[in-house]
Write a protein that binds this ligand. Structure first.
Ligand SMILES: [Zn+2]
Length: 242
């Protein structure tokens, strides 16, 4: 049933549209006078080598002269155009719905998903990034494409003015696992993604143990746990203690 409906929409409708357009543009002849094919100026009585007095066309060329004018049929032209536009509109709508459905992401090409990572809808952008991440290190994605995505993720992460999608962090981790992210870039990624704050202390008593708490947050990393190493050194009385 769906097949016959699709055939009707995408074959029969455009075909009928084309036929109606031909019929509309090729109406009945209004006269049988020889006319310039370009501007329909009547050429009766003109010398064989003379150009068209109206538009200057070279009338000695073949098919430069047509016989008679035809009356166009506006209704047939309008209906034919409509029948041609219906399948295009249906196709465009279906394509838009398909693009907006993340469930279709596995069947989308890399270039389309890369475009979708720029979408303002965070849910759709993150879904596209997640699908691209799944392709890293597989034959579905070249290492060049993966590296360009990695660079984009790091650039987005570095730009504090942009909203961070944790899916970008997962992409960086996947690149590292696939051996595409050099250690320096990865260290940079962790440094950029982590915020460390020392919590204030009010009083230190001489002879008492000195405690200082660190608050570690990872606002711009991925969704998975990332091991980090924090080296702390304390300077007391001008002497640095590692
Ligand atoms: Zn002419």
């Amino acid at each position: 049933m769906w097949l016959s409906l699709a055939l009707a929409i995408f074959v029969a409708l455009p075909l009928a549209g084309v036929l109606l357009l031909i019929l509309g543009l090729h109406g009945p002849r209004l006269d049988t006078l020889p006319r310039c094919a370009r501007c329909l100026f009547e050429t009766t009585g003109l010398a064989a080598t003379a150009p068209c007095p109206e538009c200057g066309a070279d009338l000695s060329l073949s098919k430069a002269i047509t016989i008679g004018r035809r009356r166009k049929r506006p209704l047939a032209i309008g209906l034919g155009t409509l029948l041609l536009l219906v399948p295009i509109a249906i196709f465009a709508t279906a394509a838009a719905i398909g693009v907006n459905n993340p469930a279709n992401n596995p069947s989308k090409p890399n270039w389309l998903l890369q475009l979708e990572t720029h979408r303002s809808d965070a849910r759709l952008a993150a879904a596209a990034i997640t699908e691209l991440t799944a392709r890293i290190g597989t034959p579905a994605m070249s290492s060049d494409v993966a590296k360009s995505l990695l660079n984009r993720a790091l650039a987005v992460q570095a730009d504090q003015s942009t909203v961070w999608l944790p899916a970008w962090g997962d992409l960086v981790v996947a690149c590292r696992q696939a051996g595409l992210c050099d250690p320096e870039s990865y260290t940079n990624f962790v440094k950029q993604g982590v915020s460390i704050r020392t919590l204030p202390i009010h009083k230190v008593m001489a002879g008492h143990p000195f405690e200082r708490s660190l608050e570690v947050k990872a606002p711009r990393l991925g969704t998975s746990a990332v091991p980090i190493r924090i080296d702390v050194s304390v300077t007391l009385g001008g002497i640095q203690h590692p």
